[in-house]
Design a protein around this ligand. Structure first.
Ligand SMILES: [Cu+2]
Length: 136
């Protein structure tokens, strides 16, 4: 009884061990071949095709500042009405709309009619002007 039990246990162990070893070998192998492909294939591809650094800079520059013209200033509620151009980072076409400003002090620098360059971002589900400067 005792012997057959431990034999069975040993058998199960050996089976499990060889199974694990098998899986390990397979996993290691497929990981190796995949990472090999990723490295030489995809990475180089990205750098060659889209020249990532250049594109990122371009996009950042384009979406960073939007042209606008001040239509109304509401210091009490920390809001500003801007006639604005396309806001690329928000996927918004040009229009006139009210923005919340992140910092009330931003409103002191501008007047109705001022041409500005501003950055708007979505935060807490609302769109807020996070930076604004007079356009030169
Ligand atoms: Cu808008």
């Amino acid at each position: 009884m005792k012997t057959s039990k431990s034999l069975a246990a040993f058998g199960a162990l050996a089976l499990a061990a060889s199974f694990a070893a098998n899986v390990y070998a397979q996993t290691t192998m497929s990981k190796d071949s995949m990472s090999g492909m990723d490295m030489s294939g995809m990475k180089m591809d990205k750098i060659d095709k889209s020249s990532m650094p250049g594109m990122t800079l371009d996009t950042a520059a384009n979406s960073a500042k939007t042209d606008g013209e001040v239509r109304k200033i509401d210091k009490e509620n920390q809001k500003i009405t801007l006639k604005h151009g396309d806001i690329k980072n928000l996927d918004m076409p040009g229009m006139t709309m009210v923005f919340k400003v992140k910092d009330a002090a931003m409103l002191d620098k501008v007047q109705v009619g001022s041409k500005v360059k501003f950055k708007a971002e979505k935060s807490d589900g609302a769109i807020a002007v996070t930076s604004m400067e007079l356009a030169q």
